[in-house]
Design a protein around this ligand. Structure first.
Ligand code: SAH
Ligand code: SF4
Length: 364
């Protein structure tokens, strides 16, 4: 059973979209922005404001250590936020999915996951829709609307944080809607906000970015950081099958992908996660396992197996996609383990609210 609540947030002023939004500005950009006002503000003011925004306030009025005239002046020029929660769905397993409305009326989704020890993880989107079009993914089936900006990425975290009474959110996974490395500039700014010790201070080691395998983006991260945890959705290590399942494979071939992942690993000193969505009867044969072992052997990688989460009406080459049986998934996992790979099976949280991997996609 699920409960649906329509949100009552009224922090937005949709009639004033021209106002600059502050929630997505890294501290250095906020300092510069406030320095360039007709009556410039010193950096310590920017820090105060940055802290307030990180704490989750939604209006200048609530910044009680600024005097009233300054608050009014800021309010006439800027908005704190640019999005609002339009619906909230709760799964009995503790997963909460938020539907979030943006200024242009686009809708995106963000998910809060809790584990048995009540550790909380925020799953965040980087695009409205996705241009990659993997055949097994609900988001991919929507097509692409647009990239999210830094404020829209940061605010998903702030909306989820507001739900999270008790324990703080300890981890972030950039595994919601969209391909993060096709929106790397805005993602980078958002991560700078989220990891700043003056604000939320989420350590980069607690952030995982999942990519479908955008080689140019992996190289950019290698050279310019941030060196977050990287997950790459492999799903098949057979080039031909991968191209048919994940069209991005055609322009991002496996040998070059492996080279880019190896370089990232060497530079960042981090173990890589390779994700594989298991599709019943499609990518679980011994030949599929052998190809995956061959791909992953020289990397320091963990293979995360994700049994396909059902999405209605998904057809692959004339046949409906289906979940793998437990035996099929286990046989595949043990073949990988026999080949020397480390394997984890991902828990299936959030299915009751269509908030599990690959199920995100707002019905307009
Ligand atoms: N675009 C990025 C991140 C978002 S998708 C990427 O593709 O990596 C997050 C994960 O969900 C990916 O590993 C993707 O392969 C997986 N996924 C997509 N659709 C799925 C589905 N229906 N069931 C299970 N996992 C799915
Ligand atoms: Fe986009 Fe990732 Fe879905 Fe592929 S799996 S369509 S890259 S969101």
């Amino acid at each position: 059973m699920e409960s649906v609540t329509t949100a009552s947030w009224k922090c937005l002023k949709k009639s004033e979209p021209e106002k600059k939004v502050l929630s997505g500005l890294p501290l250095n950009e906020l300092i510069d922005e406030l320095k360039s006002l007709p009556a410039p503000l010193p950096p310590f003011r920017a820090k105060q404001i940055f802290k307030w925004i990180s704490r989750g306030i939604t209006s200048f009025e609530e910044m009680t250590d600024l005097d009233k005239s300054l608050r009014e002046n800021l309010d006439s020029r800027f908005s704190v936020r640019s999005s609002e929660v339009s619906a909230r769905l709760e799964d009995p397993d503790g997963t909460v999915k938020l539907q979030i409305s943006l200024l242009d009326e686009s809708k995106i989704e963000a998910v809060l996951l809790s584990d048995a020890e009540d550790r909380k993880t925020a799953c965040i989107s980087t695009q409205a829709g996705c241009p990659v079009g993997c055949v097994f993914c609900k988001t991919g089936s929507l097509g692409f609307s647009r990239n999210l900006n830094s404020a829209e990425i940061v605010e998903q975290f702030l909306h989820l944080k507001a739900l999270s009474t008790g324990t703080n959110i300890s981890n972030i996974v950039i595994m919601g809607m969209g391909e993060p490395l096709l929106n790397l500039a805005e993602l980078r700014r958002a991560l700078a906000v989220l990891s700043d010790a003056e604000g939320l201070g989420i350590s980069r080691r607690r952030v995982t970015v999942s990519t479908s395998g955008v080689i140019s983006g992996i190289r950019d991260l290698t050279d310019n950081g941030p060196h977050i945890r990287l997950a790459c959705s492999l799903t098949s290590a057979r080039q031909d099958l991968r191209n048919r399942l994940m069209p991005i494979g055609e322009t991002n071939p496996l040998p070059l992908l492996k080279k880019a992942l190896t370089a990232y690993q060497q530079k960042s000193g981090q173990r890589i996660t390779l994700e594989a969505v298991l599709l019943g009867g499609v990518n679980t044969t011994p030949a599929d396992a052998a190809a995956m072992i061959d791909f992953a052997r020289s990397l320091d990688a963990v293979i995360n197996l994700i049994p396909w989460n059902p999405v209605e009406g998904m057809i692959f080459e004339g046949k409906p996609l289906r979940e793998p049986s437990r035996a099929e998934a286990e046989t595949f996992a043990s073949l990988l383990e026999k080949g020397g790979l480390k394997v984890t099976r991902r828990y299936r949280k959030g299915r009751g609210v269509a908030g599990a991997c690959g199920q995100l996609g707002v019905v307009p």
